[in-house]
Write a protein that binds this ligand. Structure first.
Ligand code: ASN
Length: 571
């Protein structure tokens, strides 16, 4: 819920480029560096006296909100700076990762961005950033901040004030005195200062003489669930606008692999040509597993099933995009297709749900996945229908359900629990987390999903056991690899009696068991209780395969540590 905050909040402004900081070079506008230096010279953006009195570092700016309230902020300038026409999912994911890296140090974030693709950026960020507890506000300008008559100062000031004074835990876009939900906006004017509109949702806040917050529209933060950054967004998605007489052959060409998902802009309330050849192409693509989302090309209103021409679209296996903007639909498609291990049906069900406030569900629609395929799913589906007062019941049973789902590798149920607001790192009655359960069950898909959600890879259960040890015991090599890549390590306690265990495996010629320990980072040269090594035991037993394997490790190719890969970022 939005609320005003006390003094001295800290913000990070991520400057990515756009007209706001552009300069004219040979008669055209190009992205310009040094925005922070410009802001430092403008008293409305920086109180130098206060900064000096507090001994703040050079790179810190002070926004003088009122005589007794200041917002401290830093501007992080990206390299390179972009005209937003050049930005892609890759840069937006990097912005999200930058926010993640600084999430603990700041109370809110402002993303300074070009306006041309800002609606796409805001939509993508809204799906990449899950469980936001802090505001992320995009803004920019139609005219550079250096110009005498410009909108950049007002927009940036508004964005900083909104992020610095209110907790609106969403990805928003601030422009011309209005704060919009980011995934509801579209750019509607290339010249006027009022460049954006939110056709199907009123603004979350309006700034006039007073600031009016539309409290009932602001999304609530989900308990204390940690921020999750979904970096895995599908790039092979597309956007196609139908027009009268569009040839089926053109549609066929567009739908070819590697395309995995399409947002199709249709006429009016979701109607399209009913020509059999066109419908056949759409149907064939849907049968191949390509997901098509139907969005209206009208600025306002939703896709309905009022017309036969609309029903024909639905008949071709096309999912309704309701009142989503095309920008939001494309971002959602990229997010849903990027989630690992989900079935086609589950992806379609997710698309039909309101995940980040991006769509208005038709009255009466629950918008939840049909989980009726398993008993576990039915249990979770019932939980989803419980009223708000039953939160405590949900919180009590969700960890055990999550463990059961993880052990069974049921990603649909895990996803439904996430939608319910469950924290997938919570422990069940014996201290095991869903990651323990997934590792014990050898469920690589569930392990991947949980790791992606940032659960603790080295959590210990009541007996001090880690997910990695459970995977080793089950000889789940794929899971061991995933856990190791995420930085999992066996603890000294878990390795205490490993020598004896290795000798036991060697005596049984259990090559897979030995390989699992090796893969998990154990030193296979450790002696057992009687001082003999696994190699000695294997030689005595006479199993050549095991002997060869253990000998090969003696040449220095022993336990390998495979820590997490750190990708260099542009920002
Ligand atoms: N007003 C702007 O920011 C437009 C600019 N071309 C951009 O999107 O970067």
């Amino acid at each position: 819920m939005a609320r005003a905050l006390g003094p001295q909040r800290r913000l990070l402004a991520v400057y990515t480029g756009g007209t706001i900081g552009m300069r004219s070079e040979q008669g055209v506008l190009v992205p310009g560096s040094g925005l922070a230096a410009v802001l430092r010279t403008l008293p409305m953006f920086h109180d130098e006296e206060h900064a000096r009195a507090c001994g703040l570092p050079e790179n810190t700016l002070v926004l003088p909100v009122s005589p007794d309230q200041r917002v401290i902020y830093r501007v992080l300038e990206c390299q390179p700076l972009f005209d937003s026409s050049d930005m892609t999912i890759t840069e937006w994911v990097q912005i999200a990762q930058t926010i993640e890296r600084h999430y603990g140090q700041y109370d809110g974030f402002v993303v300074i961005h070009g306006t041309d693709t800002m609606a796409f950026a805001a939509s993508v960020l809204s799906f990449v950033l899950e469980n936001l507890q802090k505001p992320v506000i995009l803004t920019g300008a139609q005219v550079p901040i250096h110009a005498l008559w410009n909108d950049g100062r007002e927009n940036l000031l508004g964005a900083l004030l909104m992020a610095g004074q209110y907790v609106i835990p969403e990805v928003c876009l601030f422009f011309q005195n209005q704060l919009f939900r980011g995934n509801r906006v579209t750019k509607v004017d290339s010249r006027r200062f009022a460049a954006f509109c939110s056709p199907n949702l009123p603004p979350l806040a309006v700034v006039g003489t007073d600031v009016t917050i539309n409290q009932e529209l602001v999304r609530k933060a989900r308990g204390k669930a940690p921020l999750v950054v979904h970096s895995c967004m599908e790039r092979d998605v597309g956007l196609l606008r139908l027009y009268p007489g569009i040839p089926a052959a053109l549609v066929r060409a567009f739908l070819q692999p590697p395309l995995k998902g399409l947002v199709m802009e249709t006429f009016g309330s979701g109607n399209g040509p009913t020509k059999p050849d066109l419908l056949r192409e759409l149907q064939a693509a849907a049968e191949r597993g390509l997901i098509i989302v139907n969005c209206t090309h009208c600025l306002q209103g939703a896709v309905t099933s009022d017309y036969a021409a609309g029903m024909a679209m639905a008949g071709a296996g096309i999912v309704s995009g309701s009142d989503m903007t095309s920008e939001a639909a494309l971002a959602k498609l990229s997010y849903v297709l990027g989630q690992p291990g989900l079935s086609l049906d589950c992806r379609k069900e997710l698309l039909a749900r309101d995940l980040r406030g991006e769509m208005t569900l038709p009255a009466g629609a629950k918008g939840q996945p049909s989980l009726s395929r398993s008993t576990l799913g039915r249990g979770v589906a019932q939980l989803l229908t419980l009223s708000q007062e039953a939160d405590a019941v949900r919180d009590a049973v969700a960890p055990s359900l999550a463990c059961a789902a993880a052990h069974a590798g049921n990603l649909e149920v895990l996803q439904a629990l996430v939608e319910l607001g469950s924290d997938l790192s919570l422990e069940n009655f014996n201290g095991q987390t869903p990651l323990h359960a997934a590792a014990r069950g050898g469920q690589a898909g569930a392990v991947t999903m949980l790791l992606q959600r940032g659960v603790d890879v080295d959590s210990r259960d009541e007996d001090g056991l880690s997910p990695l040890l459970l995977a080793v015991k089950g000889r789940h090599r794929g899971v061991i690899e995933l856990l190791r890549a995420a930085g999992a390590c066996l603890s000294p306690g878990e390795l205490e009696d490993v020598g004896t265990e290795l000798c036991r495996l060697a005596s049984r010629a259990d090559l897979e068991g030995l390989q699992s320990w090796w893969q998990a980072g154990a030193d296979l040269g450790r002696p057992g209780y009687d001082g003999r090594s696994a190699l000695l035991v294997a030689e005595a037993t006479g199993n050549l395969e095991v002997v060869t394997f253990l000998q090969s490790l003696q040449g220095g190719a022993g336990a390998q540590a495979s820590g997490p890969e750190v990708l260099p970022g542009v920002y």
